[in-house]
Design a protein around this ligand. Sequence first.
Ligand code: 9MR
Length: 460
Amino acid sequence: MNRARTRGAIALAGAAAIATVVGLASSANAGTTLGASAAEKGRYFGTAVAAYKLSDATYSGILDREFNMITPENEMKWDATEPSQNSFSYGSADQIVSHARANGQRMRGHALAWHSQQPSWVQNLSGTALRNAMVNHVTNVATHYKGQIYAWDVVNEAFADGGNGARRDSNLQRTGDDWIEVAFRTARTADPGAKLCYNDYNTDGVNAKSTAVYNMVKDFKARGVPIDCVGFQSHINSGSPMPSDYQANLQRFADLGVDVQITELDIQGSGTTQANTYASVVKACLAVSRCTGITVWGIRDSDSWRSGDTPLLFDNNGNKKAAYQSTLDALNGPGGGVSTPPTSTPPVSTSPSPSASASPSNTGGGTGNRCTASVLINQWQGGFTATVRVTAGSTAINNWTVTMALPAGTTIVNTWNVNRSGNNWTNMSYNGRVEAGQYTEWGLQANGTAGTLTPTCAGS
Ligand code: 9MR
């Protein structure tokens, strides 16, 4: 391989890659804001945002100070984005995406296929016409936002409440059981770089509904249906309290080889009780290495869809509540490293035509380098992601550098959990420490063909 040419080819993308990394780390405010504290633990902290509130200075001020992930509360839903058939309207959603881009925040897209908030023309369709309309919708919206969405809620709330673990009856469900996997495959084709999530409520503990979702995810993984993550809405209130097996439930999904995310968190209550529950949710996420982030469903209590429950982290005037402080303290607390014993299922390729090549490599430098690196490539037509795992040897390391050249002609689109300098990829502030025998992972997305990548690792 011609290393000089490789460096030249990827240099152009360097600025974008560095900008991404800086946005993730935000270390200037580490420990003092939700987003920066979460980033120190390799996670994000997000909120739902309403486009029409962005002109409210109090609202935007808190948003940009505290949050590094945004979910549009309503603006990317079917009724908003395709009000009449095949006529797309992205104004409000684009406004949020522009805001996020200008302020170094990433986006969760919400939601491509859902039985609710459908425009009336969709409600009047059925059968093949509805299925085709769904595929067209997913294709258009995911393509419009291609490259700009960290994770999509591809399908939302497709399972029924109650004890039998059945699918929810809906017009989409009546097009056939396979509507969910069709939506996921369509989204993958449209935006191969986005993580694809299934999102639901009342799935926060181990119960019949969450087990039904679990079985679907397991089946998808077994059959190569592209799914990367599961969202747990976590609307917690007196009728739906935080389950005692909340963490165990997150963990069992993570063990299937998907990321888990808390996607719409709000907790009815006030004072210490509410604050303690928020802290418990944060700790549960930090205890699960594949819990990649937390999103609260609004900023101030007055912004909430259930404002009477005062369920959020800021009061109506934008002041921090006790729940804010307990959340921040939990984020800054012990634990929560992204390094965990490799007990869970290794990452699984999720490309439409999987061509994963895991090439475990030694350090190339004999016994002295204290870590090994391996890479999992997820290649699709024209692009790929590479997930690199750094595993410590028999003693813990505090810093690591992976040396890995990309082939000439590839251009980096995005990187995560890593700093890059040419062919040298080094740890961020929060993931340098890897305990003996444990691992941490980082990755990149690039255009082009990965071929065989041969990372080597040096730890100190
Ligand atoms: O917060 C959203 C509210 O403004 C809308 O009126 C409502 C309409 O369905 O949707 C709310 O958000 C929901 C989310 O999209 C999916 N999970 C449940 C959320 C709360 O209802």
